[in-house]
Design a protein around this ligand. Structure first.
Ligand SMILES: *[C@@H]1O[C@H](CO)[C@@H](O)[C@H](O)[C@H]1NC(C)=O
Ligand SMILES: *[C@@H]1O[C@H](CO)[C@@H](O)[C@H](O)[C@H]1NC(C)=O
Ligand SMILES: *[C@@H]1O[C@H](CO)[C@@H](O)[C@H](O)[C@H]1NC(C)=O
Ligand SMILES: *[C@@H]1O[C@H](CO)[C@@H](O)[C@H](O)[C@H]1NC(C)=O
Ligand SMILES: *[C@@H]1O[C@H](CO)[C@@H](O)[C@H](O)[C@H]1NC(C)=O
Ligand SMILES: *[C@@H]1O[C@H](CO)[C@@H](O)[C@H](O)[C@H]1NC(C)=O
Ligand SMILES: *[C@@H]1O[C@H](CO)[C@@H](O)[C@H](O)[C@H]1NC(C)=O
Ligand SMILES: *[C@@H]1O[C@H](CO)[C@@H](O)[C@H](O)[C@H]1NC(C)=O
Ligand SMILES: *[C@@H]1O[C@H](CO)[C@@H](O)[C@H](O)[C@H]1NC(C)=O
Ligand SMILES: *[C@@H]1O[C@H](CO)[C@@H](O)[C@H](O)[C@H]1NC(C)=O
Ligand SMILES: *[C@@H]1O[C@H](CO)[C@@H](O)[C@H](O)[C@H]1NC(C)=O
Ligand SMILES: *[C@@H]1O[C@H](CO)[C@@H](O)[C@H](O)[C@H]1NC(C)=O
Ligand SMILES: [Cu+2]
Length: 621
C-alpha cells in the first residue's frame, strides 16, 4: 500500500495519536518535499528567511511504522543553495547512500535538482531529519521523525502521545554567521550565541492534558548548539527511550537533552485539574562564551489541565535544584550485554586551535576535517581493492577503515574546556565509560577506568564533558560510510569530524548508487568516482586533494599574533582593553586590512585549495 502523506486527507495529529497501536503492514510511506525559502518569526521578535517544506514552516513531523519503506522525493527549489537530508539515528542498513551528508554519502542536491531517498525503517522510537550540508539545518531545515512499533513495550500504559521539539534559534542566517565565526577576528572560536530558545518552534506552547492519564512525550533537540535542561513543574517523568533505544523506566526530575539527542518519557497527570503547570526548557548557558543580558535562554510551555485557569510563571530554580538525570545509568530494555573486547581502538583527542590564517578550527588529533572532492562512499565504491586502504579517502576526511563485524572502540579525549555531544551515523553504540570533567585522558592501562557495565547504556549521541573522556563500543555490522562528529553545528563547520569506512569490499558487493544520485553530482559538477582527489587512474596518488589552510609557522600562535597586533592598536588608541567582540564592530575595510596583514605574517594562502569548485569544499554539516 502506498500512502502519500502530502496528499492524504488525514491530519498528521490523528495519525500520530493512533500510530503506536496500529498493526504492522509494511507500507510504503511517501513524502514529497518541495524545499523553498519561506519567512518565519517563531520567537515573535524577528522575521527572517527560513527553509520550509511545501511552503510551510515549522516542518512536518515525519512518521512511519517499523518495517515501512520510506520514500522522500526532494525537490530543491531554494534557488541559491544546495541541500541534502539526513535521517538522524536511522542505521540505513543496506542503504548507506541514503544517509545524507554531502561529500560523504552523496553529492549536495543542487538548486533546481531532484533527489530520492528510499529506505526501510527497522527501528522504532524518536528520531529527526535535517539537512547535512553547509551548516544549513539551523536555518530551519530540521524536524522530528517518529517511528511507531506495534510491539511497543509500554503501550499498555500510554493513553496519548505528544511530540515536542526543542531548539536554539538565530536571527541571522548560517551563511552570515559561519564566516563571522570562523574568522580571524574570533581567534578563540567563541560560538555565536542563539537569539532565542524555542519549544516546538514557538514559545508559550500549550499542551492540553486530561487528568489521571499517562502521556508519552517525545522530546527531540533539533538545535544547532545548546543542550537543554527540561522539566515539568509538579511532575516527575519516567524515561523509557533514549535515541531510539527503549530503556527500563527511570524516574527523573530534570533531563539534559544535548543537541541531536532524544528522550521519550512517560508523564502521569494529576487527578485534579485545579492548576496548570509550566514545562520549562532551559538552554545550557555554560556553552556560551558570553551571556547577553537580554537573552531569555528559557522557553516555557504549559500542561493545561483547564484552559480557564491561568498559566503560571515558572518557579525560579536555584542551581542546586538542577538535579539532572545521568543518562549513563540507563538500562536498555533489551539488556544487550557488553560487547567483547575491541578488535580496533580508535583514539581521538579533541583540540580547538588556530591555523596559519589565524582562524579557529577544531581537530580530532592533528586533523581538521576537509571534504574530499569525491563523496567518500563513491570513492569506496569505485576504487576496487584499494578501497580497504585508508589513503584513498584523503588525509583530511580522517577516514578509518573498519573490517566487517569487528568490534570497534572509539575513545574520545576532550582536551577542550567545552562539552561536546558526539554522534555516530549508522549505529548506536554502547556508552561504556564516561569520566567527569577534568579527569584527563582515558588510560587503558588503569584498570579502575576499564571496569565496564555488564549491560551498558546505548544511544547515538553522547555528551563528552570538559577535559574528560568517553569510551564507545559497537560492532561493525553495517557496511557503509558513516560520520563520527560533534553535533554542535559550529564544531562540524570547524572540522570536528571523522569518517568510518565500514567493510568497503563488502559494500561494493552488496550495494549500488541509484542513478538519480549520480545525476545530482553531474548537475553540480561534482566528480563521483575515484579517490578523494578524483584521481580515477592511480588511486594512491592524492595530488590535488582538498587540504586545510597551512598550520601556523613554528613558534607562533595565532592568538599571540592577533593579541600582539591588537595590543599595539589598543596602545595607539590609548585604550586599556580591547575585546575580541569589539573587533567585530571595526569598520569592514580596516578589518580586511588587518586580516590580510596577519595572514601575510602567518604565511598562509587565504583559501582552502578547493574553494571555488562548486560543492567540492562544502561543509558536511
Ligand atoms: C515548489 O514551491 C515553489 C514555491 O512555492 C513553487 O513555485 C513550485 O511550483 C513548487 N514545486 C512543486 C513541484 O510543487
Ligand atoms: C511568549 O510570551 C512572552 C511573555 O509574554 C512574550 O514576550 C513572547 O513574545 C511570547 N512568544 C511568542 C512566540 O509569542
Ligand atoms: C538565499 O536566498 C534567501 C531567500 O531570498 C536569502 O535570505 C539568503 O540570504 C540567500 N542565501 C545565500 C547564501 O545567498
Ligand atoms: C515487516 O517489517 C517487520 C519489522 O521490520 C519485519 O520483521 C518483517 O519481516 C517485514 N515484513 C515484510 C513482509 O517485509
Ligand atoms: C525503493 O527501494 C526498493 C527496494 O530497493 C525498490 O523496490 C523501490 O522500487 C524503490 N522505490 C523508489 C521510488 O525508488
Ligand atoms: C509540535 O509541532 C508539530 C509539528 O507542527 C505538531 O505535529 C505537534 O503536535 C506539536 N506538539 C505540540 C505539543 O503541540
Ligand atoms: C520526584 O522525584 C524526587 C526524587 O525521587 C522526589 O523527591 C519528588 O518528590 C518527586 N516529585 C514528584 C512530584 O513526584
Ligand atoms: C488518581 O486516582 C487514581 C484512582 O483513584 C489513583 O489510583 C491514583 O494514584 C491517583 N493519582 C494521583 C497522581 O494521585
Ligand atoms: C531560566 O530558568 C532558570 C531556572 O528556573 C532561572 O533560574 C533563570 O532565572 C531563568 N532565566 C531567565 C532569563 O528567565
Ligand atoms: C598527523 O599525525 C600522523 C601520525 O603521527 C601523521 O602521519 C600525519 O602526517 C599527521 N598529519 C598532519 C596533517 O599533521
Ligand atoms: C586510575 O583512574 C582512576 C579513576 O579515574 C583515578 O582516580 C586514578 O588516579 C588513576 N590511577 C592512575 C595510576 O592513574
Ligand atoms: C544490518 O543488517 C545485518 C543483516 O542484515 C545485521 O546482521 C546487522 O546487525 C545490521 N546492523 C545494524 C547496525 O542494524
Ligand atoms: Cu563540539
Amino acid at each position: 500500500m502506498t500512502l502519500s502523506l502530502s496528499h492524504f486527507p488525514i491530519s498528521l495529529a490523528l495519525l500520530l495519536a493512533f500510530a503506536l497501536f496500529a498493526e504492522a503492514a509494511n507500507k510504503t510511506v511517501t513524502y514529497d518535499f518541495n524545499i523553498t525559502w519561506v519567512n518565519a518569526n517563531p520567537d515573535s521578535a524577528f522575521e527572517r528567511p527560513t527553509i520550509g517544506i511545501n511552503g510551510q514552516w515549522p516542518l512536518p513531523v515525519m512518521t512511519a511504522e517499523i518495517g515501512d519503506q520510506v520514500i522522500v522525493n526532494v525537490d530543491n527549489q531554494l534557488g541559491n543553495q544546495s541541500t541534502t537530508l539526513h535521517f538522524h539515528g536511522l542505521y540505513q542498513n543496506g542503504t548507506t547512500a541514503m544517509d545524507g551528508p554531502a561529500q560523504v554519502s552523496q553529492c549536495g542536491i543542487p538548486a533546481g535538482s531532484q533527489f530520492t531517498y528510499n529506505f526501510t525503517v527497522n527501528q522504532a522510537g524518536t528520531y529527526w531529519y535535517h539537512s547535512h550540508i553547509h551548516g544549513q539545518y539551523p536555518d530551519g531545515l530540521r524536524g522530528p521523525f517518529i517511528i511507531s512499533d506495534p510491539d511497543y513495550p509500554y503501550k499498555d500504559q500510554v493513553d496519548e502521545e505528544v511530540v515536542i521539539s526543542l531548539s536554539d534559534w538565530y536571527h541571522d542566517e548560517m551563511a552570515t554567521l559561519i564566516p563571522q565565526f570562523i574568522n580571524i577576528a574570533n581567534p578563540t572560536g567563541a560560538e555565536p550565541v542563539p537569539d532565542a530558545a524555542l519549544m516546538n518552534d514557538t514559545q508559550n506552547l500549550t499542551v492540553p492534558v486530561a487528568p489521571g492519564k499517562t502521556y508519552l512525550f517525545h522530546f527531540v533537540n533539533i538545535g544547532a548548539f545548546a543542550g537543554q535542561y527540561v522539566w515539568f513543574e509538579g511532575h516527575n517523568m519516567s524515561i523509557v527511550e533514549v535515541d531510539g533505544v527503549y530503556t527500563d523506566e527511570a524516574e527523573a526530575e530534570v533531563i539534559y537533552i544535548a543537541a541531536a539527542q532524544r528522550y521519550s518519557v512517560l508523564l502521569k497527570t494529576k487527578n485534579e485539574t485545579t492548576t496548570n503547570y509550566p514545562i520549562v526548557a532551559s538552554m545550557d548557558t555554560t556553552l556560551f562564551d558570553v551571556l547577553p543580558a537580554d537573552l531569555n535562554y528559557n522557553s516555557t510551555g504549559w500542561l493545561v489541565y483547564d484552559s480557564t485557569n491561568p498559566n503560571p510563571d515558572p518557579t525560579q530554580l536555584v542551581d542546586a535544584e538542577f538535579n539532572e538525570f545521568d543518562d549513563s545509568t540507563l538500562i536498555p530494555f533489551d539488556k544487550e550485554p557488553l560487547l567483547p573486547d575491541a578488535d580496533q581502538i580508535i583514539t581521538l583527542d579533541v583540540i580547538m586551535d588556530n591555523l596559519g590564517n589565524g582562524k579557529p578550527y577544531a581537530f580530532f588529533k592533528n586533523i581538521t576535517y576537509v571534504s574530499p572532492k569525491v563523496p567518500t562512499l563513491y570513492t569506496a565504491m569505485t576504487t576496487g581493492e584499494d578501497a580497504a586502504n585508508p589513503l584513498v579517502y584523503g588525509e583530511y576526511s580522517h577516514s578509518y577503515v573498519l573490517a566487517h563485524n569487528q568490534i570497534v572502540e572509539i575513545v574520545v579525549n576532550n582536551l577542550d574546556t567545552g562539552k561536546h555531544p558526539f554522534h555516530l551515523h549508522g549505529h548506536n553504540f554502547q556508552a561504556i565509560a564516561r569520566s567527569d570533567e577534568n579527569a584527563g585522558s582515558f588510560d587503558a592501562t588503569n584498570s579502575t577506568q576499564t571496569v565496564y557495565p555488564a549491560i551498558p547504556m546505548r544511544r547515538d549521541t553522547y555528551v563528552l564533558y570538559p577535559q574528560g573522556y568517553i569510551v564507545l563500543r559497537f560492532r561493525a555490522d553495517n557496511p557503509g560510510v558513516w560520520l563520527f562528529h560533534c553535533h554542535i553545528e559550529w564544531h562540524v563547520d570547524q572540522g570536528l569530524v571523522a569518517t568510518m569506512v565500514e567493510a568497503p569490499l563488502e559494500l561494493q558487493k552488496s550495494q549500488t548508487i541509484p542513478q538519480n544520485h549520480l545525476d545530482a553530482c553531474a548537475a553540480g559538477n561534482t566528480p563521483s568516482s575515484g579517490n578523494a582527489a578524483a584521481n580515477t587512474v592511480d588511486f594512491l596518488d592524492l595530488t590535488g586533494a582538498n587540504v586545510p589552510p597551512k598550520p601556523l609557522p613554528a613558534g607562533f600562535t595565532a592568538r599571540g599574533i592577533v593579541a600582539m597586533t591588537f595590543s599595539c592598536i589598543a596602545a595607539l588608541l590609548g585604550l586599556a582593553t580591547i575585546t575580541w567582540y569589539g573587533l567585530a564592530d571595526m569598520g569592514a575595510a580596516s578589518k580586511l586590512e588587518e586580516e590580510q596583514r596577519i595572514a601575510r605574517m602567518a604565511g598562509e594562502d587565504e583559501v582552502r585549495s578547493s574553494e571555488g569548485s562548486s560543492d567540492a569544499a562544502v561543509k558536511v554539516g
